[in-house]
Design a protein around this ligand. Structure first.
Ligand SMILES: Nc1ncnc2c1ncn2[C@@H]1O[C@H](COP(=O)(O)OP(=O)(O)OP(=O)(O)O)[C@@H](O)[C@H]1O
Ligand SMILES: [Mg+2]
Length: 470
């Protein structure tokens, strides 16, 4: 596909520290958070003017799903805007709770596991053509996704490996250590249709949110919820580029892993990238070699076909430098750009100064703090302010994505619809493909073309229902 729809969903972890009174359960805090949303949209599951979806499922993991985007910078901007929106909700909740006599501090984390061992995710969505053989595509992509944590892991302090699911498969034994990925230990299957208990890396549920005769939506649920924009650029950019390779007919299926779930855990717990992983054909390759294979294929593809967007060179350069940093075990070339390396640098310096080892509770706390979305309190944000974490977007770009939709997708129509309905005080409901005024159900707009940008059908609908066309 020349132009592809992409979206990312982020589930947040909620935590309240309550020094004096009875702590509020996370689901109660989440309800406080979503009170203004319910007041605004009559539901805790709404689409907002920037075209994204904001919702609270059962439990206490607020979720934000970006609008459809076609550009990686827009994707990162829309996702970052979600943090800002969530932060506003937390700030309001904090005030409302105080008014009701609760004095706790609310923390919202953009990470992948809580202290009880529950995992939540960062799910990527990539539009693919129905004609692409899905089985071949997932086979070609899986070894890349298993080893993608080398280039896009968040990094994590493993204070007690014995607490991890399938601990006995780790190469480290029980020794505390630093690992690549927050999410890897919680993956239970490679490719399947289940989403919760037997969490797969690729979820095969077939919900294209588009013309289903032409498209599918590839649903990748294995990624870490990155804080760093440059890490996201590499993660989304490399994955999307490999989809192009696969679509061009390139057979990337020669590296089938014998045990993908075991391999993803082994990979995470070895910062050298050198643990041999067993392939289905009996060969062994290291995680680093697998990544080098994909990088080489991507380089060759670009040499033949040219770059397809403005960030390709930056992305490929960062990919190369990250693999180089792991192979040389010198992370200094990427320690402002890749989440795990940014964290590793800060934690190593902090540990050296304070004489700490990886079993230190203080490091576990700092690991949480790195993912705190509070712009003045979260460790990542503090590092970014002092230049210890690189970025690709300005604050103004992120702020613009807070209220405005991406300009190249049907999110533009959704934006127009929401603004018009709200201006007229009309109740509405929507999903990714439908927009409906509740009092005019016969006028429902069904927009299955995710690339649609002509807002005139929205204007026509509102002209009809207000009688302005008479
Ligand atoms: N045609 C499309 N192709 C690819 N991605 C799409 C398309 N339309 C929408 N998306 C993206 O898919 C994501 C859907 O998010 P949503 O949270 O609703 O996902 P879901 O997985 O379908 O549902 P749930 O999270 O409730 O299980 C959004 O990020 C959106 O931008
Ligand atoms: Mg979702």
């Amino acid at each position: 596909m020349d132009t592809r729809i992409m979206g990312v969903e982020t589930e947040y972890g909620l935590h309240t520290v309550h020094p004096t009174k009875r702590p509020l359960a996370p689901d109660e805090v989440a309800r406080y958070m979503f009170k203004p949303v319910v007041a605004w949209g009559n539901s805790s599951n709404v689409f907002i003017p920037n075209g994204s979806r904001l919702y609270l499922d059962v439990g206490s993991h607020p979720e934000y799903a970006t609008a459809e985007t076609t550009r990686v910078d827009e994707l990162i901007a829309s996702d970052a805007a979600g943090d800002g929106i969530m932060h506003q909700l937390v700030t309001q909740a904090q005030q409302a709770m105080a008014d009701d006599g609760f004095d706790g501090q609310v923390y919202l984390y953009r990470n992948n596991a809580d202290s009880q061992g529950n995992s939540y995710g960062s799910h990527e969505n990539y539009m693919i053509e129905r004609t692409t053989q899905y089985r071949r595509l997932t086979e070609a992509l899986l070894p890349f996704l298993v080893t993608r944590q080398l280039i896009a892991g968040n990094g994590v302090v493993i204070q007690d490996p014995t607490a991890l699911p399938l601990y006995n498969e780790l190469p480290t034994g029980a020794a505390p250590h630093f690992a690549f990925s927050q999410r890897a230990d919680y993956m239970h299957e490679a490719v399947s249709s289940s989403s919760t208990r037997a969490r797969p890396m690729i979820n095969t549920r077939d919900e294209p949110h588009a013309d289903s005769s032409k498209y599918r939506r590839l649903h990748v649920i294995v990624g870490d919820s990155n804080m760093s924009q440059t890490t996201q650029l590499l993660r989304f950019g490399a994955t999307e580029l490999l989809l192009r390779l696969i679509e061009s007919g390139k057979p990337l299926t020669s590296l089938q892993l014998a045990h993908p779930v075991r391999a993803i855990r082994q990979t995470s717990h070895d910062l050298t990238g050198n643990t041999p992983l067993e392939l289905a054909d009996g060969r062994r390759m290291t995680a680093l070699e697998i990544q080098e294979f994909y990088y080489a294929q991507a380089t060759e593809f670009l040499a033949r076909n040219g770059s397809h967007h403005d960030y390709v060179n930056q992305m490929m350069d960062l990919w190369a430098r990250t693999l180089q940093a792991i192979s040389s075990q010198n992370y200094s070339g990427i320690d402002t750009e890749i989440d795990w390396a940014i964290k590793h640098k800060f934690f190593s310096a902090y540990s050296a100064k304070n004489n700490l080892t990886w079993d230190s509770h203080r490091l576990v706390q700092l690991d949480m703090s790195y993912h705190d979305i509070h712009p003045q309190r979260g460790l990542f944000h503090l590092l970014q302010k002092r230049g210890a974490a690189a970025r690709i977007l300005t604050d103004a770009q992120v702020q613009a994505a807070h209220d405005n939709p991406p300009r190249t997708t049907r999110a533009l129509l959704r934006h127009r619809f929401i603004e018009a309905a709200r201006a007229l005080g009309l109740d509405y409901s929507m999903d990714w493909t439908h927009m409906k005024l509740n009092d005019h159900p016969m006028q429902t707009l069904y927009v299955r073309d995710a690339f649609a940008t002509d807002v005139s059908i929205v204007d026509e609908l509102f002209a009809k229902v207000t009688g302005a066309d008479r």
